[in-house]
Design a protein. Structure first.
Length: 457
């Protein structure tokens, strides 16, 4: 099949792609959700299993994993002499957040203009990660022959709890490493640095989640009677958290290096400010380049606080307060060690004799892709062609996909590539998440070109 005929085929499949995405988005498939329960995630899994079966993938299984989520796996063997490609994505989504922040129902795929005036498709999961899932489906439909065969072997793994940590699929791959046996693994869960700029993600941060609680006494105290002398646990916690950054915003955890440099695609300040939707007069943190801060250095974020709400607070000194910290670390940094260093820092820097209880609650490994293999070269050429000659960028991603490390253990000789539809305007994990349909089309075309050309490589 020629490149032109593939391009026409993918273009003709875009109405079906939108219909697929609308049906998928309609399932509020949040894993382990107290709001939605288990049924939407199970329904989403059933939809995925049916869709990939109809697209030609054999041996489809819906596997209930150790965390209760449902993963979909399948395998159509390769023709004689052809390689095998594993396509990964996930069908679970983030919770929608406050409904009033959405301009349309989060679980109804809605078309309207985006920030650049071009139409986008809005809905929870439209980009992360159901848009990538639909790109996989569209590519498979485009390359499937009249006899129902694919030019290469195809495996699929579609996860059901990635947004909840993905422990279930990690356990499944560890128990059944044959599910990951492939020459190339395509992780459809990242995206481009900008609309129209093809990008391969080569670096993923690892993560350590740490919960810290400070206590200064055994009872609430009247702020008028005791304030000024009795230590305040909330103020102590604020002072402790302030030690985690310097005046420039650099992360300053004792023993953790924060001086590395990023060697890939830069991130221009104006573009970052627009992508991050920060105020014009807000500071961009850190004393290095933005790419250094995002992809080469550790970064700690306070993502939650336990303290009285302002609406119900009494005039009392609080004896305890807690915070949840999210520490991201680059490849080359052990997240277990980084988490231990953060716990030690919190313990050693507590003010006013406050008692500290800090614990690492979860850890995810960082990942660095090897980009010199033969399949990577074919993929780069396919991306350039699908994006009308645009140069491929190599970028990092601040998010973690711990499964990559498990896949590397299960299939140590496989090349692993990360790509997808999730460019900055998508606002993944936020209200009004969306996908640019041209990104979905080009991603599907690049994958279709890849699958056909690997057969003859």
């Amino acid at each position: 099949m020629t490149a032109r005929s593939l391009q026409d085929t993918v273009e003709n499949l875009m109405d079906r792609a939108r219909s697929d995405l609308a049906e998928l988005v309609a399932h509020p498939s949040v894993h382990d959700s107290p709001e939605f329960g288990a049924e939407p995630n199970a329904a989403s899994a059933a939809w995925v299993a049916k869709a990939f079966t109809e697209a030609g993938i054999a041996g489809i299984e819906q596997v209930t994993t150790s965390d209760g989520s449902i993963a979909i796996v399948g395998h159509t063997p390769a023709p004689e002499g052809a390689p095998t490609v594993l396509l990964y994505s996930h069908h679970d989504v983030q919770p929608p957040g406050p409904r009033e922040a959405w301009e349309s129902d989060p679980f109804t795929l809605t078309t309207r203009p985006g920030p650049d005036g071009a139409d986008r498709w809005y809905g929870r999961g439209s980009a992360d990660c159901k848009g990538n899932l639909v790109a996989h489906l569209t590519a498979l439909r485009a390359v499937r022959g009249e006899d129902g065969a694919f030019p290469v072997g195809v495996r699929i793994i579609i996860e059901g709890s990635e947004e909840g940590g993905g422990a279930g699929l990690e356990d499944l791959v560890a128990e059944r490493p044959e599910l990951a046996q492939a020459d190339l693994i395509v992780i459809g869960d990242t995206g481009n640095v900008a609309v129209g700029r093809p990008t391969l993600t080569t670096s993923l941060r690892g993560v350590a989640s740490v919960r810290v609680e400070l206590s200064t006494g055994t009872s609430d105290l009247h702020s008028g009677a005791f304030g000024g002398a009795a230590p305040d646990a909330i103020a102590a916690l604020i002072a402790l958290l302030a030690t985690l950054r310097d005046g420039f915003g650099n992360t300053t955890i004792d023993g953790l290096d924060s001086s590395a440099r990023w060697a890939g695609e830069p991130y221009e300040p104006a573009q970052f400010a627009a992508d991050a939707a920060i105020y014009d007069d807000a500071a961009i943190l850190g004393s290095g380049a933005i790419a250094d801060q995002l992809w080469a250095r550790p970064a700690v974020t306070v993502i939650g606080l336990d303290a009285p709400a302002t609406a119900t607070a009494a005039a009392a000194i609080q004896p305890r307060a807690a915070a949840l910290l999210n520490l991201r670390v680059p490849p080359g940094t052990d997240p277990h060690n980084a988490g231990a260093l953060l716990v030690a820092h919190l313990t050693n820097h507590a003010p006013w004799g406050a008692h500290v209880d800090a614990v690492v609650e979860s850890v995810g490994e960082p990942f660095a892709a090897e980009t010199t293999g033969p399949a990577y070269r074919v993929l780069q050429e396919a991306l350039v062609e699908a994006y009308d000659g645009a140069e491929v960028a190599f970028s990092g991603q601040g998010g973690s996909i711990p499964l990559c490390t498990q896949l590397r253990k299960a299939a140590p000789t496989a090349e692993i590539a990360l790509l997808g539809v999730e460019e900055p305007q998508c606002r993944i994990h936020a209200p009004n998440e969306s996908v640019d349909p041209s990104e979905l089309r080009r991603t599907a075309l690049a994958e279709a070109l890849l699958l056909t050309r690997l057969a003859g490589a």
